[in-house]
Ligand binder design. Structure first.
Ligand code: PBG
Length: 328
């Protein structure tokens, strides 16, 4: 055959494949989500997410030290609150779970970028991200509570707050609240395009935060992509430092569209359902856990995400460390 271009020439050996590789993963761009619980020396397995745990603060510190030494420089904290009420009182308690964990991490691994989830669902009896008034998820009063929550995290020393609630106008309101109170250095990682997805199921098991009803009046319709562009533009205008698309795997086209259109850093959330699918298929011997994990993460990177929140952060970092300098 008389072929000018033979693509296989560039796939002949591991070093050749290595030098033409277009996308690389780095532990530095992985963010590990952590579930904070009460007590001491608590490492409570999460049934819906095999291999993940609810951790007490002392265990979180150990975890952060491990992560940091593997090159993972960021964690994202979620509170597993057993105290729940209609108005999410515990969400902004200065001595609350997340606030205390932030302080503890900052005093032992000060350089770790500590991010905190800002949404009311772990703290409400109804499991919604905002307050429910007259059967509706009330937007503006919820934003007021979210601002208090974000401020309490900033006061504890959080580097970034991460509003995941999808209320309108919350990025601008939180930015203003932070600035007014002397926290202009605290960043906002905005869950800008967050879809109403079934892939959050295992996470809701982890936090016992399954909502009454659904979240479709504030989270986005999975069928929409132009709406995502609008949400992203809006959050950037309101002061988001980083915008996020969530989930990742079924939304790679959204990540790609956002990458093409915006220059800001983009995060993608490789959510609990994506984690659980791989873990359970691997447990059944149907796929190779590590290969599936790495292929999934590189696909998210290739689509255009700069950073990835993933429950695989530690495992992937360990593999990346072991691979560094060798040919695969
Ligand atoms: C809620 C929140 C959810 C997740 C992160 N923040 C669930 C939801 O919106 O119901 C999901 C994360 C995951 O599935 O890993 N504020």
């Amino acid at each position: 055959m008389d072929l000018v271009y033979r693509p296989r020439r560039l796939r002949r050996s591991a070093p050749i494949r290595g030098i033409v590789r277009e996308t690389e993963l780095s532990p530095r761009q992985l963010i590990y989500p952590i579930f904070v619980t009460e007590g001491k020396s608590v490492r409570e397995p999460i049934e819906s997410m095999p291999g993940q745990f609810r951790l007490s603060t002392d265990e979180i510190i150990r975890e952060c030290e491990d992560l940091y030494s593997l090159g993972v420089g960021a964690v994202n904290l979620f509170g597993f609150s057993k105290v729940k009420d209609e108005i999410a009182t515990n969400a902004y308690d200065a001595k609350g779970l997340v606030q205390s964990a932030v302080r503890a991490i900052k005093s032992t691994v000060p350089e770790m970028c500590v991010q905190t989830d800002v949404a009311l669902d772990p703290y409400t009896t109804h499991g919604h991200d905002g307050l429910v008034i007259g059967g509706e998820i009330a937007n503006d009063v919820s934003v007021e509570v979210l601002c208090k929550m974000a401020l309490s995290h900033a006061e504890a020393g959080a580097d970034w707050v991460a509003p995941s609630d999808m209320m309108d106008g919350r990025i601008g309101a939180i930015r203003k609240a932070l600035d007014v109170h002397g926290f202009s250095h605290v960043g906002i990682l905005a869950y800008s395009a967050k879809y109403a997805s079934c892939f959050y199921g295992p996470f809701r098991g982890a936090l016992q935060s399954a909502p009454s009803g659904h979240k479709k009046t504030y989270q986005m319709d999975p069928a929409n992509v132009r709406e995502a562009m609008r949400e992203i533009a809006l959050d950037l205008e309101e002061g988001a430092d980083v915008v996020m698309i969530k989930p990742a795997l079924a939304y790679l086209d959204v990540i790609n569209r956002v990458r093409e259109a915006f220059d800001s850093p983009i995060a993608a959330y490789n959510v609990s359902g994506e984690y659980a699918m791989i873990v359970s298929a691997a447990e059944k011997g149907l796929i190779d856990r590590d290969l599936a994990m790495m292929e999934m993460l590189i696909s998210i990177k290739r689509a255009g995400a700069d950073m990835i929140l993933t429950y695989f952060a530690k495992d992937a970092a360990a593999i990346l460390r072991a691979d560094f300098g060798s040919f695969k």
